[in-house]
Ligand binder design. Structure first.
Ligand code: C2E
Ligand code: MG
Ligand code: MG
Length: 533
């Protein structure tokens, strides 16, 4: 024994010297186990390792790691043993903390993906053995992203913590809730006898989550979409069950959110293609498989090209050239939609710059989804992007098209964003106008420059009196509000002529030109010039 040990344990040097054996001074339980490890050490040639818990004078129990080795006399007989002890309490605690970090979600304290995998295999094994039911529920919050965007991450975090608390309150002790990250959770429901029990739990989960949450004086509403894979009906390995639950969650989202959907093998294919398509789009964006085509808009009187509309195309490696209707819907309202929209803006602005350098000064309009338009700071970001890609200020020739129906969803919000963008000199068009039943009072809230008459009216106006009247009405409306007018989908000379007579100014349609790659546009424009001379 040395003074460090004496000081730490509070047993004095004198006590040790008086004692015949350490068992006289060390606590009995420690002494017993020390004696045992001594015995083991004496029997082996190599050093012996053991651990002991010992109370120190600081009042805490410390974990000592003890290495002992036997000492031999010259003749090989055993003389005794010598050992050294290290206090590894802190190291152990640190290890424990690391274990915790590796297995639990830092924000909510519930198991993370790693520990979930463990729990899931255990629960599945138990369900198999007991012939019980087990539900793997994949839960994704609806409307969480706007909470983060509008109120900040601090509020978002509080919401996640509260949601976790509510989930824990609903589930039973043997059930597990894990957070996979973001606003995604997995709940394992175990020990059930009938599927109805599962339905009850799911309904309670949805209800609990859907109650308003009060955070920092604000009332916040979120809901959840839950996908469920039920064992033994769905008899697969843990990973597959989790994937099935994930797919079912997408179906729940698509069928209107705030609901659960049970995975069902016949629907499997449907959900899978949907999920795969979303992944492919993300991949395609990285791989550069998207391209903007441009469709000219021409002045009716002069046939002069006044601008182009950028329309996205996807060069799919297997399926060939895809139109927006074949892929935009599945990413509607997602991060990916915003990422793709940002790509569209950047590409269009870059093209605008290239054309300017080639001496082609035209207006370029881009379609922006309502969700993208309402992301924080849209106007400033658009301006910054245009300043960066196209120095020398090209926002005067940049136009944003927003669907009339989308604009009507949030008249105030969209109206404000339009005003912000217009302050920089960008112009706005209401797309597919006439499909949103917009009233005059709404229209006055949108400070837009152009109305684009929806192509369905143009298509039928020559034989449908109602559509003819609508086209005429929109043209007069635009004039009254001092807005420009573009008729979309003009395919025939008759339509062109009729529109001209009605006072329409600009047309766009296959009858003038189909959407084309940027490189072809310069050629097309040159030919037009030649023709009109
Ligand atoms: P939109 O903005 O109303 O664009 C006009 C659509 O009508 C284009 O379809 C165009 O190819 C088509 N079109 C033009 N002239 C004619 C014609 O004479 N006859 C017929 N039948 N169709 C004509 P496209 O390119 O398939 O785009 C469809 C819609 O997808 C667009 O409608 C727009 O709402 C959306 N979209 C296209 N590109 C983007 C984009 O980059 N971002 C977003 N958010 N939406 C886009
Ligand atoms: Mg458009
Ligand atoms: Mg349109």
């Amino acid at each position: 024994m040395n003074s460090v040990f004496c000081n730490a344990t509070g047993i004095s040097e004198a006590q040790f010297l008086e004692a015949k054996h350490y068992s006289d001074v060390l606590p009995a339980s420690v002494a017993d186990s020390c004696k045992k490890s001594d015995q083991a050490c004496l029997l082996q040639e190599v050093p012996h390792l053991s651990t002991e818990w010992l109370f120190f004078v600081d009042g805490r129990e410390h974990l000592l790691e003890i290495t002992k080795v036997r000492l031999l006399n010259k003749d090989g007989s055993i003389r005794g043993l010598i050992g050294i002890a290290t206090d590894i309490t802190e190291r152990k605690e640190h290890e424990k903390q690391l274990q915790h970090i590796a297995h639990y979600d830092a924000l909510t304290g519930v198991p993370n993906r790693v520990l979930l995998a463990d729990r899931l295999s255990q629960a599945l094994a138990r369900a198999k053995r007991d012939q019980g039911l087990m539900a793997v529920c994949y839960l994704d919050l609806d409307g969480f992203k706007p909470v983060n965007d509008n109120f900040g991450h601090e509020v978002g975090d509080k919401v996640l913590v509260e949601i976790t608390r509510r989930i824990k309150e609903v589930i039973r002790e043997d059930d597990t809730v894990a957070r996979l990250g973001g606003d995604e959770f997995v709940v394992l429901l175990v020990g059930m006898q009938a599927p109805e029990e599962c339905a009850g739990s799911l309904t309670r989960l949805l209800e609990a989550i859907n109650q308003p949450i009060e955070v920092m004086g604000r009332l916040i509403n979120v809901s959840a979409s839950i996908g469920v894979a039920l064992y033994p009906e769905d008899d697969h390995d843990p990973d597959t069950l989790l994937r099935h639950a994930d797919q079912a969650m997408y179906v729940a989202k698509q069928s209107g959110k705030n609901r659960y959907h049970l995975f069902d093998a016949t629907n499997d294919q449907l959900a899978r293609t949907h999920h795969e398509l979303v992944q492919q789009i993300g991949h395609a964006l990285v791989q550069g498989e998207f391209e903007l085509y441009y469709q000219p808009k021409v002045q009716m009187q002069t046939h002069r090209m006044v601008g182009v509309e950028a329309l996205i195309r996807w060069h799919h490696p297997q399926r060939g050239l895809l139109l927006p209707s074949q892929f935009l819907d599945v990413i509607s309202g997602t991060e990916l939609e915003v990422a793709l929209g940002e790509w569209v803006i950047a590409s269009a602005i870059d093209q605008l710059r290239v054309w300017r350098e080639q001496g082609l000064f035209i207006e370029v309009s881009i379609n922006v989804s309502a969700y993208h338009l309402q992301t924080p700071n849209f106007a400033n970001r658009l301006k910054a992007q245009s300043d960066m890609c196209c120095p020398g200020n090209c926002y005067g020739t940049l136009q944003v098209e927003v669907l009339e129906t989308a604009a009507l969803e949030d008249v105030e919000g969209v109206g404000n964003i339009i005003r912000e963008c217009k302050a920089f000199g960008m112009s706005f068009a209401l797309d597919d106008f006439g499909t949103g039943y917009s009233s005059l009072s709404y229209l006055s809230k949108f400070d837009v420059d152009v109305l684009k008459i929806d192509q369905s009216f143009v298509r039928d106006m020559l034989f449908d009196k109602g559509d003819h009247a609508i086209v005429q009405g929109i043209i007069s409306l635009a004039k009254a509000f001092d807005m420009g007018i573009v008729a979309e989908g003009v395919e025939t000379d008759e339509q062109y002529q009729a529109l001209l007579e009605m006072g329409c100014e600009v047309v766009q349609g296959f009858g003038v030109a189909e959407p084309m790659p940027a490189a072809s546009l310069v050629e097309w424009a040159a030919k037009q010039k030649g023709a009109s001379v």
